[in-house]
Design a protein around this ligand. Structure first.
Ligand code: ZN
Length: 135
């Protein structure tokens, strides 16, 4: 497996526009785009080589709504960009590492994504993502 970079830090939020003010008004950063991903909505704030990914649920029963109800808003996951997601997933499965799904799925910015279960990482939810050519 080859890790190219820390692609983003995912932050669970109740409202992207509200939370983005922290980064655009207290810090000199910009919210560049927001995108629906299933029941979620994501907002990206570039920071050098990496990004902050603000993630909110669009329904009260959504993934982020449940996470926030239990743990509050805050850091949710780290996303590492890999060169070959299928190879990375195969490598982790061969090692018996628990993943949160059987097969990769489509995330924001056209990425294919997979998550390593936090029980295997001392509590940190780790996303592996692969971007389409030229992104
Ligand atoms: Zn993410």
């Amino acid at each position: 497996m080859k890790i190219k970079r820390l692609a983003h830090i995912g932050i669970a939020v109740k409202d992207i526009q509200e939370v983005a003010k922290v980064y655009t008004e207290l810090l000199p950063l910009q919210l560049t785009d927001t995108e629906p991903v299933g029941e979620l909505r994501t907002g990206f704030i570039p920071v050098g080589e990496t990004n902050l990914e603000l993630v909110m649920s669009t329904t009260p029963e959504g993934t982020m709504s449940k996470f926030i109800a239990k743990r509050g808003e805050g850091v949710h996951h780290l996303a590492f960009e890999v060169d070959d997601l299928d190879a990375a997933v195969a490598e982790l499965k061969a090692k018996g590492v628990p993943l949160t799904a059987e097969e990769p799925w489509r995330g924001a910015h056209g990425a294919r994504v997979m998550f390593i279960h936090p029980k295997a990482t001392h509590g940190v939810l780790i996303e592996l993502c692969e971007y389409p050519e030229g992104h």
